[in-house]
Design a protein around this ligand. Structure first.
Ligand code: LLP
Length: 385
């Protein structure tokens, strides 16, 4: 929600830029802490959603851990003050240099995605012991966009259920690996809570397998993926963490002494960020008018890549009593591709050159996925305080 004072302040700044409402971030984190705390769950923030120092540090200060998918993300977490025993490292293609760096930092856990990776980690560990969790592909459908579905057998992620016997057999011969748990992640922007129920059922079955093989598991990491309301960012500014965690409390069988971990990214940071842009031109097309912004797919690629919806607001007209939302526009960027479109047939008040536009729910997978295609300037970030 943008108040007139904020709009006035933002209007004076050169566009485009990301604007982060740190007050909303704080409220979101407080709610997360309260709801996860009810069950003693541990939450690691998935840095891939937004790795800006200010955001990563604010999350660390609330006591959450870090979920990283590259050596540089591990480095960012360390630089932002995360204790090494609060850092987990996932990813299907960890390089030797990345593994070495994480070993040097003595991170809490490697989420291992293949037998080959485990062999490499064991070799590189030398005389040290690397703690690992097996990332198991649960073959559960997250009912989300196919590009961000990760828990089906057809996806490249994790170890398949039918490989478990072989992997465990081989693992027992690896001297420098200590198996401390199992890890799952079914996908991102998950809004169908039944998908998490299915995950719990599958994890329970898999746990039975480990029990029958007399392999103790101290940690169960069920990943992240909790989705956001991109249509009503103000009404649902804080995700429904209570219902999310309750599903796991109700359906996941936790054995004595076991700890349950989550890796949430989008749900923590998505709603606090907006991409702020100005209208360069309003151009008449055949069946629609184009609002051409000074931000494009270079700053926010989600609509072009996943056909995702982001609410678009004309901040210059938001408090204009006379403006009624009765104009249909295609809102596009300046990049030389037709996929550079933030939304087709968007209903907006009459829009003019120079109007300030907010593209909402852009705090997750926005700035981190920005590029400099067309030799664009690197997008900047502004923080409320
Ligand atoms: N854990 C693992 C192993 C992951 O692969 C991911 C996200 C997460 C946790 C965090 O998921 P989240 O809670 O943020 O949904 N660029 C895409 C999203 C890619 C997500 C990749 N993995 C987008 O813009 O929608």
């Amino acid at each position: 929600m943008f108040n007139p004072a904020t709009i006035q302040k933002l209007n004076k700044l050169p566009t485009p830029f990301y604007y982060y409402d740190l007050g909303l971030l704080e409220k979101t984190l407080d709610s997360l802490k309260k709801e996860s705390g009810k069950y003693g769950y541990t939450v690691h923030y998935a840095l891939k959603a937004n790795s800006n120092n200010e955001i990563v540090t604010a999350i660390r200060k609330k006591g959450f851990g870090a979920d990283c998918v590259s050596g540089n993300e591990v480095k960012r977490a360390v630089e932002c003050g995360y204790a090494s025993d609060h850092i987990v490292f996932a990813g299907v293609g960890k390089s030797d240099a990345e593994i070495n760096y994480a070993l040097d930092q003595d991170i809490f856990c490697f989420n291992c995605e293949s037998l080959q990776e485990m062999e490499v980690i064991s070799g590189l560990a030398g005389t040290r012991t690397a703690r690992v969790a097996l990332r198991i592909n649960p073959n559960v459908n997250a009912n989300t966009h196919k590009y961000i579905t990760t828990g089906l057998e057809e996806n490249k992620f994790g170890i398949n259920l039918w490989e478990l016997e072989t992997v465990i057999g081989r693992m027992k011969t690896l001297k420098n690996i200590q198996l401390i748990g199992i890890h799952f992640h079914i996908g991102s922007q998950v809004t169908d809570m039944n998908a998490y129920k299915s995950l719990c059922t599958r994890v329970n079955e898999i746990q039975e397998w480990f029990v029958s093989h007399k392999i103790p598991l101290e940690h169960i990491n069920v990943g992240g993926g909790l989705g956001l309301d991109y249509h009503e960012p103000d009404k649902n500014a804080i995700p429904d963490f209570a219902s999310f965690f309750k599903i796991f409390a109700d359906f996941l069988e936790v054995r004595p002494g076991q700890k349950v971990h989550f890796e949430l990214g989008r749900a923590l940071v998505g709603q606090c960020g907006s991409l702020i842009s100005k209208v360069l031109y309003v151009k008449k097309g055949i069946s629609t008018s184009f609002v051409i912004l000074d931000a494009g797919m270079t700053e926010l690629i989600r609509p072009a890549l996943y056909q995702s919806y982001h609410k678009i607001e004309n901040l210059s007209q938001i408090n204009n009593q006379r403006s009624t939302i009765n104009n249909r526009y295609d809102v596009v960027g300046p990049i030389c591709e037709s996929s550079d479109c933030f939304g087709k047939a968007m209903m907006l008040p009459e829009t003019h050159r120079g109007d300030l536009i907010a593209i909402r729910t852009a705090g997750a997978y926005g700035e981190v996925m920005a590029s400099q295609y067309n030799l664009r300037d690197k997008v900047k970030a502004i923080y409320s305080n």
